[in-house]
Design a protein. Structure first.
Ligand SMILES: [Fe+2]
Ligand SMILES: [Fe+2]
Length: 236
């Protein structure tokens, strides 16, 4: 995709989405390092995951640069602030379950869903990067699933409580950029659908029954869509 072919609307939307991706990856790097402080026995593994996230942030910065587009980082920091605040509160409280649910289940499911939806419309520079990043994100999901599954069912109620707080916050962020997603070729409802499928699968791997996972996600996803855009509740 040559720079000249990009419309102003595309460049502006891409700048905001690319900023969100770069800040999300940078925060994931910080989150895994903070998790390493809570789980000292797993420090080495968690620092490796953090390093992968740092690499993703640099790779996606390169994607914007290859198109001659600067990411809107200040906006992305503002949009990520509520979710990052929830994560930081969990870390301060020594709440390992909530910290793992927010980063390893919610953020990683979002990353997987977003990158899967972007793949069909990605430019030739970004396409191979997305393929590699998706493999890494699957590994990060797997890390959280295995850790939480080892403590299931003791952690079932705390996981559900954390989802109650954090899932609507994450879904509201998506609503904030729905127009930009459309401009770069991603249907926001496809992205919600992909996220819901990915998150239900992850809850099942942790130990929830399919019916419980479906119920939890459907209720929270529906509520978040309704709060952000009442008119679109039926399509969510
Ligand atoms: Fe990542
Ligand atoms: Fe990740």
């Amino acid at each position: 995709m040559a720079n000249l072919e990009l419309t102003t609307a595309y460049r502006e939307a891409y700048s905001r989405i690319n900023g969100l991706v770069i800040v999300g990856e940078g925060l994931a790097d910080r989150h895994f390092r903070l998790l390493a402080g809570l789980l000292p026995d797993e420090r080495e593994d968690l620092e490796q995951l953090a390093a992968m996230e740092g690499r993703h942030a640099r790779d996606f910065l390169g994607c914007g640069r290859s198109l001659g587009i600067r990411p809107d980082l200040p906006l992305a920091h503002r949009l990520f602030a509520p979710l990052h605040r929830l994560f930081a509160e969990a870390i301060r409280a020594g709440d390992r379950v909530s910290a793992l649910v927010i980063q390893c289940l919610i953020v990683e499911s979002f990353a997987v869903a977003a990158y899967r939806c972007y793949q069909p419309v990605a430019d030739p520079y970004a396409a191979p990067i997305l393929r590699e990043v998706l493999e890494d994100e699957a590994e990060h999901l797997d890390y959280g699933e295995r850790w939480l599954a080892a403590w299931f069912p003791d952690v079932a109620a705390p996981i559900a409580a954390c989802c109650e707080r954090a899932l609507p916050v994450a879904l509201a962020m998506l609503q904030d950029v729905r127009d930009d997603l459309t401009v770069i070729g991603i249907d926001p409802l496809d992205l919600v659908g992909e996220f819901v499928a990915c998150f239900e699968e992850t809850l099942e791997k942790v130990g929830f029954q399919p019916r419980q996972a479906r119920g939890l996600v459907a209720r929270l996803a529906g509520r978040a869509c309704h709060e952000a855009a009442p008119a679109s509740i039926e399509s969510c």
